[in-house]
Structure formats: structure tokens, C-alpha cells
Design a protein around this ligand. Structure first.
Ligand code: 3AM
Length: 178
């Protein structure tokens, strides 16, 4: 079995800038810069035959290249926040790409993703982080703006290890059309 997700890779220069945002929240486990990505679709554990089918579907997907801007900061979890992230400036091309990935995977037989797609780049996972510090972090980085960068493809990653020591390995890369 292999644990998979499809994601957009973030350029190294942008990941370095994101790593400069990391700090000031006790109880945060900050993501290493090499792990930072924008998930398109979490897939989960699949067997090898299914992984091959997924690769076929993603290889056959046609979508245009686009520009992406990371913007602002947010949390998941509300009163008990469990993740800190930077968001994405409104981006129709990204939403269409995520929808194409979703419909392709459903057509090949994967269970539909029931949660609404909420594009984000995770900066930290939280455990018992003081809410005041979380609010301070969000206020401090509300105006973060990466500037636009080109997205010319997307990647099928495998995920190894536990959530804190996760290693994400690019398995396949798929080009978007110029
Ligand atoms: O893109 P981020 O880092 O927020 O949290 C996991 C990570 O999200 C998420 O998939 C991404 C790559 O591992 N993930 C892990 N297990 C998940 C699950 N059961 C999950 N997303 C949804 N359901």
C-alpha cells in the first residue's frame, strides 16, 4: 500500500520566504520547507494497481498552466486550532484544476472527497497552542503576499512516516499546457 496525494509544488524561493513566517506560536510543529506544497487532492492509502490507475488518470488530464499567488494566513480548527497555513489569492484556474483531478479520480472509482476544496499551504500543525498566540500569528501575517509564480505542472506525492516526521516524495510529475 502507498499513501498518495496530488499537489502543486511551491518554488524554493517562495518556500524559503514561507519558512521566515514560522515562529512565535508555542506548541506548533513547523513544516520543514521541503515539505511545503499546495494539496490539490488527498488520496490516502491505495494498492499498486490503484496507484497505476491514478497515474493514468492524472497523465490524461488536460488543463492550462497558470499563475498562483499565496496570500494571507489562516487556521483550521476554530476554537481549537490544529493547523496554520497561508492561503491563495482567488484563482479560477486552480479551482478548475482541482475539480478536474477530483472528477477524474471519481470516474476511475475513488470515493468522492466530501469536504469543500480549501486551497492552503500548511505552515504548522498545532497541539494545545495558546489561542492568543495563534491570533497574533494570523494578524501578523494577514497581509502576506508571495507575488505571482508560474504553475506549469502538478505532482503525485507519496507520504511516508507519521504526520510530524512525514517525508513527501514526488512520484510522478504532470505538465499543464502552456
Ligand atoms: O496539504 P496539507 O499539508 O494541509 O494533512 C495532510 C496534508 O495536508 C492531508 O493531506 C496532505 C498531504 O498529506 N491529509 C492527511 N490525511 C488526510 C485525510 N485522511 C488528509 N486530508 C484529508 N483526509
Amino acid at each position: 500500500m502507498i499513501r498518495l496525494f496530488a499537489a502543486i509544488e511551491i518554488p524554493g524561493t517562495v518556500r524559503t520566504r514561507l519558512s521566515f513566517l514560522q515562529g512565535g506560536v508555542p506548541g506548533a510543529r513547523w513544516s520543514p520547507a521541503e515539505n511545503m506544497h499546495l494539496t490539490l487532492r488527498f488520496i490516502g492509502e491505495v494498492d499498486e494497481a490503484t496507484a497505476n490507475d491514478i497515474d493514468d488518470v492524472l497523465s490524461g488530464l488536460h488543463a492550462p498552466a497558470f499563475e498562483l499567488t499565496l496570500k494571507g494566513a489562516g487556521e483550521f480548527g476554530g476554537r481549537d486550532p490544529h493547523a496554520l497555513w497561508v492561503g491563495v489569492a482567488p484563482n479560477e484556474a486552480l479551482m478548475r484544476l482541482a475539480a478536474k483531478v477530483e472528477s477524474g479520480l471519481q470516474r476511475m472509482g475513488l470515493q468522492a472527497e466530501t469536504r469543500k476544496y480549501a486551497p492552503h499551504v500548511t505552515l504548522a500543525r498545532l497541539r494545545d497552542a495558546p489561542i492568543a498566540k495563534v491570533r497574533e500569528f494570523l494578524a501578523a501575517h494577514a497581509l502576506f503576499d508571495s507575488g505571482p509564480f508560474a504553475v506549469s505542472g502538478f505532482t503525485l506525492f507519496s507520504s511516508h512516516g507519521s504526520s510530524n516526521g512525514s517525508l513527501y516524495r514526488p512520484e510522478r510529475r504532470y505538465a499543464l499546457s502552456a
